[in-house]
Design a binder for this molecule. Sequence first.
Ligand code: NCD
Length: 343
Amino acid sequence: MTSHLLSVDSLSRERVEHLLRVARRVEPIAQRRQITRVLEGAVLGNLFFEASTRTRVSFNAAFCRLGGSVCDTTGFTFSSMAKGESLYDTSRVMSGYVDAIVMRHPEQGSVSEFAQATNVPVINGGDGPGEHPSQALLDLYTIDKEFSRLGKSLAGAHLLLTGDLKFGRTVHSLIKLLSLFDPMHITLVSPPGLEMPDHLIDLVVSRGHRIEQRQSLASDFRDLDVIYTTRIQKERFTEEMSENFTGVSREFIVDRAFMNRHCAQDTIVMHPLPRDSRPEANDLDPDLNGDPRLAIFRQTDNGIPIRMAIFATLLGVEELIERDRRDVRWFVPEKIGVDDADC
Ligand code: NCD
C-alpha cells in the first residue's frame, strides 16, 4: 500500500523516532561531506501552487542528494489548473510521470484529495492553513539536536508558540507532533483573533500536556526552553479581518531586548521562516542575528536531512544508504553563513 505524508495524524511516535534516526544517519550527505545515489533514476514532481523558497528548494535538494532528479511547476498560471483541470486529473497525470510528489496548495484538504487519485507517495508541503508535516518534523529534529547540545530533554520542557497561531500551519502540525511525546508545558501567545484553534488545544490537553494561554510577551519566561515565533499570515485573512487589522503591536515582538530581559541564556529561538523583515511587521527581529540562541538557520539546514529521511522511508531505500555512500570531491565551507554562531 502506498504511504503518503499528508498530516501528522498519520504518524506514531515510533515512526517519528525512526525518521529522526534516518535523518541523523544521512547528516554527512546533507552536510555535503558524502554523496549517495540510492535514488538514481527516480524523479520527483514538485507542485507548488503557493509562494515558497525553502520548502520547495529543500525538497528538491534532498531528492537530488539521494541521487534522484526533480521536475518542478510553480504557481497556477503555468499549470493546467489555470485551464480548470481538477486535482483528480492532475494527480492521475502526474503519477504517470514521476515516482513521488510534493504539493503545496492554498486550500486546506486539497493535498489529501490529490493523494486519493494516485499510487505514488504524496507529501503535503502545506495546504492552506491546514498542515505542514515535514516542517514539524524538521522543527522537532531541531529541538532534539539543540537539546542534546544543551543537555536538556523534551520531557517536561517549556515551549512558547507565538505569532499567528490561527492560520499558521507549521504550528498546527508542530503542536500535534509534540503531543505524541512525554508531557510538556506549552505556552501560547498570539495577537487577539489569531489564537490556536480549540480542537488542537483540546487534543494536546487530552494527551496529558499543560497548555497555558497568555495575552502578551510582557512577562517573565526564565524557565523557557524554546520560543517558536511565526509570521502573521495576512494572505489567509478574511476581508473583514484585513479591514480591521491594524498591525501587530510591539508587545508581541521577539528581539534582543526581550530575550535579555525575560529569557535565559539557553533559550533557543526558532521560526519556520520567512520572517517579515519590514519594520512595521514586528516579526522576529534581525537584531538577534549572530546570537547563538537564534536557531533559525540551523533549523532551515535541518530541512535537508529530514526531507531526505522522508523520501528514503517512503521509497524504501533507507537501509541501502549505509552501503551506498562515498566522500565528496568538491570544496565545502566549514560554516555555511558568515555570522553563523558557534554552539
Ligand atoms: C511557512 C509556510 O509556508 O507555512 N514557511 C515554511 O514552509 N517554512 C510559514 C509561513 O509562510 O509563514
